[in-house]
Design a protein around this ligand. Structure first.
Ligand code: SF4
Length: 185
């Protein structure tokens, strides 16, 4: 019997390749917990994308709370940090802590995140945050760097095939601002 893995899912495109990589070895469930996403309409659009991946890859999907006020409280004082800085460390922590808690409370053996697929995110940093919460909640963390082995290219191809929406900014209000200043795509 395969071990049960909770896959924190930041968005549909990043989940495509990540789910495929994990499905052979684990019984995967996606967990969409992203109170960082702004505005709410964008949140719904990304959640709809995850629903599409659920259908296409036959993988269960759970939605966490959209507790945006909690997220804003947590990043207070770090709003003007550059992307990849302290605000993002807190943002990863908020999401991975909740994923660890949810995994532990709902009988999962392990957890990990799709966030390491992004070329803009530091996988080593994300893995070390994941390990920290794994220890705190007494659950196992699956080390990942989904961008490796053409992961990013694969996700782009699969997203096109599935007709998924691809966002042009990371998620929060502050990343909208920086994507306008220097667009990524
Ligand atoms: S840029 Fe992305 S990772 Fe950083 S705080 Fe905003 S949503 Fe979170």
């Amino acid at each position: 019997m395969k071990k049960k893995l909770l896959l924190h899912t930041c968005c549909a495109p990043c989940s495509t390749h990540s789910v495929k990589e994990l499905q052979d070895q684990y019984d995967v469930t996606m967990y969409f917990y992203n109170p960082n996403i702004h505005p709410y309409g964008e949140y719904v659009r990304r959640l709809d994308g995850a629903e599409k991946v659920k259908q296409e890859l036959s993988v269960p999907l759970e939605e966490g709370a959209y507790d945006v006020e909690w997220w804003l409280e947590m990043i207070q004082g770090f709003e003007n940090e550059p992307e990849g800085g302290r605000r993002c460390d807190i943002c990863y922590s908020v999401r991975l802590k909740q994923a660890a808690k949810y995994a532990k409370e709902n009988g999962f053996d392990l957890f990990t995140t799709t966030m390491t697929l992004s070329e803009h995110k530091d996988a080593a940093k994300i893995n070390s945050i994941g390990e920290r919460f794994a220890k705190k909640f007494g659950i196992s963390w699956v080390h990942s760097d989904f961008k490796k082995r053409d992961g990013f290219l694969n996700s782009t191809r699969m997203s096109k095939e599935m007709g998924l929406y691809r966002q042009s900014y990371c998620g929060c209000f502050y990343s909208v601002r920086s994507s306008i200043a220097s667009p990524k795509e």
